[in-house]
Write a protein that binds this ligand. Structure first.
Ligand SMILES: [Ca+2]
Ligand SMILES: [Ca+2]
Ligand SMILES: [Ca+2]
Ligand SMILES: [Ca+2]
Length: 349
C-alpha cells in the first residue's frame, strides 16, 4: 500500500492538472481515503461543452432579446455564470443561474461594432472549479433607413403665394429593423438655395418661406431627407410654380380729362386708378408714372395716388390736346393706359 502522503500528493497534482485543463477531464475520478477502505466519488469539475461559441443578434434588438447560451457538459456541477471580459460597455448580460446571454443595451449598432468577443466563465464554489469559454457575438446588419411613401413627389404652387402657404407633404416610415416609435425627421438638403420653401421636421409639410416668382424660377427640384437617428434616405420633390397674371389693371380703358388753359400750376386735372389682379397680394403698392406725351413737362403725376396736375402754363392755341401714356407698376408687373387731356380755350387768355 502506498503511503497516504504519496497518494494525497498525486491527487492534489491531478486536481490541479484538471483545473488547468478542465475540458479534457470529464469523468469523475477517485480519491483515496486515509483508510483506503472505500473510495469516494469526487464531483466533476465545471466545464463548458465547447471552448468557443458563436451567436448572432440583429442590431437594435430590445433589452432581453436572447442571444445564446453556452452549455455546461452533462455532469458538470451547477455553476454561476459570469462575463469575464469583452462586455465593458454592457451590451449583454448573462443570467448567473441559467447562463442565457441576453441583450442589455438596446442600442447595439452594427455600423459601430459588428462583432463582440466575450469571455464567459462558470464557477462552482462547492468544487471550487471553473471554466471559461470564448463567446463571439456577431451583430447582424438590418436596414434602418426610413422609406418614403413615394419614390418622388410633384407639387404645384401659384407664384406670389404668401409665406406659410401649404405646398404638399412628404412621408417616410421606419423599416421593421428600427424600434417602434422611433421618430422620423425631415429636412430640405438641396435645391432650396433661395429659401423659397421650408419643411416641418416632424410632419413633412412643405410650405412657402420666400418669394415665389414664376418669371424668375418656374420649377424647383428639392432634395428632401428623412432621418431616424439610425439611418436616412432622400427623395426628390419637384415643385412647379404656376404663372399668374400680375399686371395692375386700370379701372378704365382710357381716361379723358379737361383743363382750362388758364389753370394754375398745381391744378388737379384728374386721377388715374389701377388695381392689383387676384394673383397679387392686394396690399401690394402701385406706382404711377407718365411715360409718353409729356415731353414739355406740362403735367405731373403723383406716383402713389395717380393724381395728374398741371406743371406748366398751358396754351390752348399752342396745344389744345395732350395724349399721355401713364404706366402703373406694382413691382411684379405693369400696365399702361392712354390719358387724353383736352385744354379748354378761355377767351382773352
Ligand atoms: Ca445601426
Ligand atoms: Ca444597419
Ligand atoms: Ca412674377
Ligand atoms: Ca406672372
Amino acid at each position: 500500500m502506498k503511503s497516504l502522503a504519496s497518494v494525497w500528493s498525486r491527487w492534489v497534482h491531478q486536481v490541479a492538472h484538471n483545473l488547468r485543463r478542465p475540458r479534457r477531464r470529464r469523468r469523475p475520478y477517485h480519491v483515496p481515503t486515509e483508510a483506503c477502505l472505500e473510495d469516494r466519488v469526487l464531483l466533476a469539475a465545471v466545464s463548458f461543452t465547447q471552448s468557443s461559441y458563436t451567436f448572432e443578434v440583429p442590431e437594435n434588438s430590445a433589452t432581453g432579446t436572447e442571444v445564446g447560451t453556452p452549455q455546461l457538459t452533462p455532469g458538470s456541477p451547477a455553476a454561476y455564470f459570469y462575463i469575464a471580459s469583452g462586455n465593458s460597455t454592457d451590451p449583454f448580460v448573462i443570467d448567473p443561474i441559467t447562463g442565457v446571454i441576453t441583450v442589455y443595451d438596446p442600442s447595439i449598432d452594427y455600423e459601430t461594432t459588428s462583432q463582440y468577443t466575450l469571455t464567459v466563465g462558470a464557477l462552482d464554489p462547492v468544487t471550487n472549479t471553473y471554466d471559461t469559454a470564448t463567446v463571439t457575438v456577431n451583430v447582424q446588419n438590418v436596414d434602418e433607413d426610413p422609406v418614403f411613401a413615394n419614390q418622388n413627389y410633384n407639387f404645384n404652387i401659384a407664384e406670389n403665394s404668401a409665406n406659410g402657404t401649404f405646398v404638399g407633404t412628404v412621408s417616410a416610415t421606419n423599416p421593421t429593423g428600427v424600434p417602434a416609435g422611433t421618430p422620423v425627421f425631415y429636412s430640405i438638403t438641396g435645391g432650396n438655395s433661395d429659401g423659397a420653401f421650408t419643411i416641418d421636421p416632424n410632419s413633412g409639410d412643405i410650405t412657402v418661406a420666400g418669394p415665389i416668382d414664376f418669371e424668375a424660377t418656374s420649377q424647383y427640384t428639392l432634395t428632401v431627407l428623412a432621418g431616424n437617428s439610425y439611418g436616412q434616405s432622400t427623395t426628390t420633390v419637384t415643385i412647379n410654380v404656376q404663372n399668374v397674371d400680375e399686371d395692375p389693371v386700370f379701372v378704365n380703358g382710357q381716361f379723358n380729362f379737361n383743363v382750362q388753359e388758364t389753370a394754375a400750376i398745381g391744378t388737379v386735372v384728374g386721377t388715374v386708378v389701377a388695381t392689383n389682379p387676384n394673383g397679387v397680394p392686394q396690399n401690394t403698392p402701385i406706382f404711377y408714372t407718365i411715360v409718353a406725351g409729356n415731353d414739355a413737362g406740362d403735367f405731373t403725376i403723383d406716383p402713389t395716388t395717380g393724381e395728374i396736375s398741371v406743371a406748366n402754363a398751358l396754351n390752348f392755341e399752342a396745344t389744345p390736346q395732350y395724349t399721355l401714356t401713364v404706366l402703373a407698376s406694382n413691382s411684379l408687373g405693369f400696365d399702361t393706359v392712354t390719358v387724353v387731356i383736352n385744354v379748354q380755350d378761355v377767351l382773352n387768355a
